[in-house]
Ligand binder design. Sequence first.
Ligand SMILES: *[C@@H]1O[C@H](CO)[C@@H](O)[C@H](O)[C@H]1NC(C)=O
Ligand SMILES: *[C@@H]1O[C@H](CO)[C@@H](O)[C@H](O)[C@H]1NC(C)=O
Length: 331
Amino acid sequence: MKFLAVASLLAIVSAAPTPTQPESGTPLLAKRAGISDAANLGYATLNGGTKGGAGGTVTTVSTLAQFTAAVNEKNSAPAIVVVKGVITGNTKVRVGSNKSIIGLGQGSGFKGVGLHFRRQKNLIVRNIVSSFVEADQGDALKIEESTNVWVDHCEFYSALVSDKDFYDGLVDSSHGSDFVTISHTFFHDHWKASLVGHSDSNAADDKGKLHVTYANNYWKNVNSRGPLIRFGTGHIYNSYFENVESAINTRMGAQVLVQSNAFKNVTYPVASMYSKEVGYATVSDNDFGGAANTAPAGNMSPSSVGYSYSLLGSSAVAAKVPKEAGAILTF
Ligand SMILES: *[C@@H]1O[C@H](CO)[C@@H](O)[C@H](O)[C@H]1NC(C)=O
Ligand SMILES: *[C@@H]1O[C@H](CO)[C@@H](O)[C@H](O)[C@H]1NC(C)=O
């Protein structure tokens, strides 16, 4: 098995000093952060790849106004937008194509501020902590009609409040979005974590699209949608699920390839539930923690995703994945 070089990447970035002043336009910052990196795994590597704002201007922002201006959806010029500290509000921000949104240090990101990618291409979100985005603002990250998105080393959460709909999704992809990778991300304390395909009646937009990879993620204290997928094609591997009711729910003809995951206290690890039409799952080397896969068998194979990838093996996931997921990069 090949091995993802996460440990060595971390060693390089943690050796770098943390800047004390906001910096603008410095290639040094970009280099230090490794933020000119393109997506190197999953569906986001296909369709021309995902480079975000690589090669563009580098701007450090710490207020909502600065952030909104820096990611302006009317401006698709490449830009690396470094978020310093936590930007709070009760709103959502539309983001334009060719951007990387990078959290500086540990704990930078958004509270109550949702990100909305709509009809955009080539976007990266890394090392961001996003919390408590209320349903009026959509999801913590809503990806619609957009292609080539890489979400990496982020943390998304709210709280399991009594009203299940007070918060909507954490990272949702819909309306024909395609070539999305979500990797090394920590989803926790939330009702409806991650949705792919927003409704049973959206075949016209979604069939043949919605290719989404979920790799090396940690899902904890989540009720459902880890992920819920309709119509699309999903690849879920090297992930750890803990205290979840319904994890992978494949519906409306979706096909998912589920490999090298471990589940602890998960009622429905892989299933096809609550749908007009079933979805399908191809599963191998998963530790279902005493529960079972109940989805109909799918037609994917280890090579059908069209990119190469590295499996940890389900027995290695619990010890490795939780501690390497989340906004732990020290840019
Ligand atoms: C943004 O990226 C796309 C490819 O994703 C490219 O076609 C377009 O020219 C870029 N825009 C700018 C202004 O560089
Ligand atoms: C098991 O997970 C459920 C959520 O599905 C949670 O309510 C329960 O507290 C968990 N049990 C333990 C022992 O953590």
